[in-house]
Design a protein around this ligand. Structure first.
Ligand SMILES: Cc1ncc(C[n+]2csc(CCOP(=O)(O)OP(=O)(O)O)c2C)c(N)n1
Ligand SMILES: [Mg+2]
Length: 796
């Protein structure tokens, strides 16, 4: 022993020691994570947090998974992955508890600033200035979302980005964003969530596309209370997926089955599958079976209610941590003492992290309580006759041992009311307003990019024409624009159904695939959910995708990833992630129930967090594309389906001209009535306006251009001040976007003060639009209807 330090240890011993250390390190993280779950549940049950969902039972699989997660890789997962977060160093246990308590201070809860439930992680992708971080050198987690399988569509896009970075020559210069497309997207999903459509769409698309997507199915046999036999055909996701298995000379996925308690087995299989995915871009699925849920699904219930006693017994016996412990002992990697030491250390570590997070969480509200009490006591000295009631408020506030920010606001509000209108409470009011502002910053910011990345900062560049500018079809304006755009901006990619080879159903991309390659302009399968997912994933990785929904009527299929993911990502990550996706689609009137929709109310209701562009013609659309491409926000562009063959003068500054968002354009001036509209209906309105003109009624026609944002400078109000009559016209259902515009102008802009007659909306009918020209005439607004409503208004 004495001279052992003099003998150099053999290389073998050294690597054994290193291996042992690594394995024990993994065991330690597994124990810490388990303890965090156990303590986390208690925190909820004792009322310190509202809801908890934890990763107990999945620890060993995730320490194995974390080993192969390299800088540049992305995780797109769900709420079970805390162990992965800890083991990769992307989340600390204290931050995990901070999130459990809903800590809104970003410094303390850097995943969502208290906006998301527990175990919804995120890392930073962009700076406050809207610049991309060197994602190729970082380990990246896309901000988690709760809808089951909602992480799948975007995972496809994240993986597709690697393929694009590898195969598109023009993209190889962006070495901060990718290292030759070596980045793998790790996607986790629960067994029951594989029943969801987005799972199947993603798996099929990945098999077709051949992208480095690695899916881990955490199979614990249940989706809340519903067992696998009601979820999955044959009760096995790997078995039913077997037809997707890649063979020599075919596409498809590599599918592996592993046991979730078999640490060594998982390390081996994960290493192989992930390496192949990284090198060859073959998608991979690991079916990780025999996982458990020691505490059941979440804090909302107990699994004893629905799991049979034998299952519960089996779960105890096959607990992965217990199995790993047995394996460590059997392989003499540690003895009982070593293991006990690790387990005790884990408990202590978690106890301290929890305590620190809780103290941190409480401290701001406690300080606010002290300050509020001090200010209320000051008021008491000025208004002694109400002292009893003030003291009651103070008592209420100070007897709350764990006050929230909300409690302080409620008491301050009550105290201000009690003090009445005099000056006595002015410092209370100041403090109330100060806190209100502070809370707004904590809870109501980052719906859109706010700094230099904001699309609203893009400067207007006016449209110009060459003296000999030709008049062309609307689609040709777009076609020439896209041609220049693809020559100019290597980050732009466009894809969708029929978009590649034939250049979209209305020829906006005609001939461009041949010119710019099928890597940049490409067809997809008929799968709107994952077309949107491709767009989201590519945008999150710093590219500029234009993802097409063939007709706006089919947006419903692709709406979920937009609403739950693209529209919320900046908000839910507190500005750390931006998704500058452009969804291109076409809509409003043409023919029949599914080619004439204008579901703008649906869009407005579901896509806050995206901008909504409704250009009246293709020239305006070009200006909006330019604007969007200079910003960092996601947006949807609804081109006029009946406008592609209408003639437009070809702009001279196609690549430069911008249409600022939220600025309506007065397309016709008039003094008698303001007509507010957009998109295809604008032409109907213009026809009505010229009919009215003949009767001496001057219409001011305003194209709002974008619904989100809406008339940010209150231009419509200026018009209303002149005409004192207003009508909102569109072809959405009643109560849809026309009602939205009405609300904006009447309530937000205070337009009601300038009305001489009651304001109106003219919309399509409640039902979908019947086929044919008569169907259109009798279901959508027509010029005669607009004219008669306005005549009525003039006579009122
Ligand atoms: C779209 C959607 N439907 C329902 C839910 C409610 N829900 C949350 S978790 C869950 C079960 C998921 O089970 P599984 O995929 O097996 O994951 P596990 O929780 O077992 O890890 C359900 C139904 C949801 N979050 N999203
Ligand atoms: Mg499950």
């Amino acid at each position: 022993m004495e001279n052992s330090f003099e003998t150099s240890p053999s290389l073998e011993n050294l690597s054994f020691e290193k291996f042992r250390e690594e394995v024990l390190g993994d065991y330690r993280w597994a124990c810490i994570s388990r303890e965090a779950s156990l303590v986390g549940r208690k925190e909820v049950l004792t009322g310190k947090a509202k809801f908890g969902i934890f990763g107990d039972g999945k620890e060993v699989a995730q320490v194995a998974m974390a080993k192969f997660f390299q800088p540049g890789d992305f995780r797109s997962g769900y709420y079970r992955d805390q162990t992965f977060g800890f083991a990769t160093g992307l989340a600390t246990v204290q931050q995990f508890f901070a999130q459990l308590y809903a800590e809104p201070r970003f410094e303390k809860e850097p995943f969502s600033g208290g906006r998301q439930m527990s175990s919804h992680f995120a890392t930073r992708f962009v700076t406050e200035e809207g610049e991309w971080l060197p994602l190729a050198r970082l380990k990246n987690i896309v901000a988690d979302i709760a809808p089951t399988a909602g992480q799948m569509p975007r995972a496809l896009g994240l993986a597709l980005a690697s393929k694009k970075f590898r195969e598109v020559t023009e993209l190889q210069q962006f070495t901060d964003l990718s290292t030759n497309g070596n980045e793998v997207c790790f996607c986790t999903i629960g067994d029951a969530s594989t029943s969801e459509g987005p799972f199947w769409e993603t798996v099929n698309a990945a098999g077709v596309l051949q992208v480095p997507l690695v899916i881990f199915v955490w199979d614990d046999g249940y989706g809340i209370s519903v067992p696998k036999k009601y979820q999955t055909t044959k009760g096995s996701i790997s078995e039913v997926l077997s037809g997707f298995q890649k063979e020599d000379e075919t596409n498809g996925l590599n599918i592996y089955k592993v046991k979730g308690w078999d640490y060594a087995g998982m390390c081996e299989v994960f290493e192989e599958g992930i390496r192949i995915a990284r090198e060859t871009h073959t998608p991979t699925l690991f079916h990780v079976e025999e996982l458990t849920q020691p505490q059941g699904h979440s804090t909302s219930g107990s699994h004893e209610r629905y799991k049979p006693a034998e299952r519960l017994e089996w779960e105890r016996e096959w607990d992965a941590i217990r199995k790993m412990r047995e394996w460590l002992l059997a392989n003499m990697l540690a003895d009982e003492d070593d293991i006990d030491h690790i387990e005790r250390g884990a408990k202590e570590f978690v106890r301290k992290a929890k305590q620190d997070a809780w103290e941190d969480f409480l401290s701001p509200a406690r300080e606010q309580v002290s300050k509020a009490v001090e200010l209320i006591n000051d008021v008491v000295s000025k208004l002694p006759q109400q002292s009893g009631q003030f003291h009651q408020l103070v008592k209420e506030l100070t007897s709350n041992r764990e006050p929230l920010r909300r409690d302080v606001m409620k008491i301050l509000y009550a105290a201000i009311n009690l003090a009445g209108t005099g000056d006595a409470a002015s410092s209370l009011k100041d403090y109330y307003n100060h806190l209100k502002k502070e809370n707004e910053l904590l809870f109501n910011t980052y719906l859109y990019n706010q700094g230099p990345g904001s699309t609203l900062n893009v400067e207007e560049v006016k449209l110009t024409y060459e003296p000999d500018a030709p008049t062309v079809n609307g689609f040709e304006v777009l076609n020439r624009y896209f041609d220049r755009l693809f020559a100019h901006n290597p980050k732009v990619l466009a894809f969708g159904e029929d978009l590649g080879y034939i250049g979209d159903v209305n020829q906006g991309f005609a001939g461009l695939q041949t010119k710019y390659g099928e890597e940049r302009i490409f067809d997809t399968g008929i799968r709107e959910v994952t077309i949107m997912g491709q767009g989201i994933g590519l945008a999150l990785r710093g590219l500029r995708p234009i993802a097409e929904i063939q007709y706006v009527d089919y947006l419903l299929y692709g709406l979920q990833p937009l609403s739950d993911d693209a529209a919320t990502v900046h908000y839910r990550s507190v500005g750390q992630q931006s998704c500058p996706l452009i969804v291109r689609t076409r809509g409003h009137r043409l023919e029949g129930i599914w080619h004439s929709g204008s579901p703008m109310g649906m869009i407005l209701g579901s896509l806050r967090g995206m901008y909504v562009c409704v250009p009246r013609n293709m020239t305006q659309a070009v200006g909006m594309y330019n604007t969007l491409l200079k910003g960092m926000d996601p947006a949807i562009m609804i081109e006029c389906l009946n406008g592609y063959r209408l003639k437009e003068k070809l702009p001279g500054n196609l690549l430069e001209f911008t249409v600022p968002l939220g600025i309506p354009e007065i397309v016709k001036e008039g003094n008698d009535v303001t007509i507010v509209t957009y998109g295809s209906t604008l032409r109907v309105v213009m026809e009505a306006a010229s009919m009215l003109e003949k009767n001496g009624i001057g219409c001011e026609v305003i194209d709002v251009q974008t619904l989100l944002p809406f008339d940010t400078h209150h231009k419509i109000l200026e018009s209303l001040k002149k005409t004192n009559r207003i009508v909102f016209v569109d072809e959405d259902v009643p109560g849809g976007a026309a009602a939205y515009m009405f609300n904006k102008v009447m309530e937000e802009q205070g337009g009601y003060r300038w009305l001489d007659v009651s304001p109106r909306t003219i919309t399509a009918k409640d039902h979908r639009t019947a086929y044919g020209s008569d169907g259109d005439y009798f279901c959508k607004p027509n010029p005669e209807e607009v004219e008669s409503v306005i005549k009525e208004m003039m006579e009122e």
